[in-house]
Ligand binder design. Structure first.
Ligand code: UDP
Length: 238
């Protein structure tokens, strides 16, 4: 992260938002017929879709766990999602985000109800403007609910950060690139359990507290949007 642009002027950010404002959000449930569950989530210009398959028997069998199922997660940045076309195929960054997303989602699923099974979650970022891991997780969480997977709650994710020495909510691309800190979190907004927390840049404890507070507020708003989209499919299917 480098700082060479004016990102904050009179309390307004480059896209006109205040420091505690989220980007505009959109959510949709059940977008793919061939998956057991699916979802779409957008925050500003960052968009992701997710598809869930399972619970289904895990192969090869030697990877099966006798007492609980596993959740496997793939995160992919599509070649057309970024400004300079991304080389298709796996990357270290993608693998790492897939791994931490597995952790973030596994903790809310009742995996002990599905011994020997797998739940496969595919997250595809179709447009990237910062916060892709959060938006992908938000799509994945509603896709899991759409698949009818028993869960303790929803996972909602949102980043806070620091620009021009000021903690702000939900960075967009330029703010992520030219800002000082990016701090994405994922949580069960109902229980307050945090299941993912990452950070790059430099901060201190007081600022960290402030950014965490902002990110938690953001996750609660994300959760409302997710619930609204889930309720809508529920009502549409009546
Ligand atoms: N990005 C990119 N190409 C890449 C990886 C990232 O253009 O190969 C951009 C993209 O806009 C992404 C942003 O950099 O949203 C920030 O990426 P980061 O690794 O911090 O993850 P994110 O904030 O998207 O979860």
């Amino acid at each position: 992260m480098s700082e060479n642009k004016e990102l904050l002027k009179n309390g307004k950010r480059i896209d006109g938002r205040g420091i505690e404002d989220l980007r505009d959000m959109e959510a949709e449930v059940g977008i793919f017929k061939r998956a057991d569950g699916s979802g779409y989530f957008r925050m500003g210009n960052t968009e992701a879709v997710a598809a869930v398959f399972g619970p289904r028997e895990l192969h090869p069998k030697h990877r099966q766990k006798p007492k609980r199922g596993i959740l496997q997660c793939r995160y992919n940045l599509t070649p057309f999602s970024v400004e300079d076309r991304k080389r298709p195929g796996p990357s270290r960054r993608g693998k790492e985000i897939g791994k931490v997303s597995e952790g973030a989602l596994s903790s809310i699923v009742f995996l002990e109800e599905f011994p020997t099974a797998t739940i496969d979650v595919y997250m595809e970022v179709i447009s990237a403007d910062a916060g892709t891991r959060c938006v992908a997780l938000n799509a994945a969480s509603i896709a899991l609910a759409d698949a009818g997977v028993p869960m303790k709650g929803l996972i909602s994710a949102c980043a806070a950060g620091k620009i021009e020495d000021t903690p702000v909510l939900d960075l967009k691309g330029e703010e992520d690139k030219d800002g000082q800190v990016d701090l994405p979190i994922a949580m069960n907004a109902e229980t307050g359990d945090i299941t993912l927390l990452q950070m790059d840049g430099m901060t201190d404890i007081d600022e960290m507290d402030e950014m965490l507070g902002l990110a938690v507020k953001g996750c609660k708003k994300v959760a409302e949007k997710q619930r609204e989209a889930l309720m809508k499919t529920f009502e549409d299917s009546k």
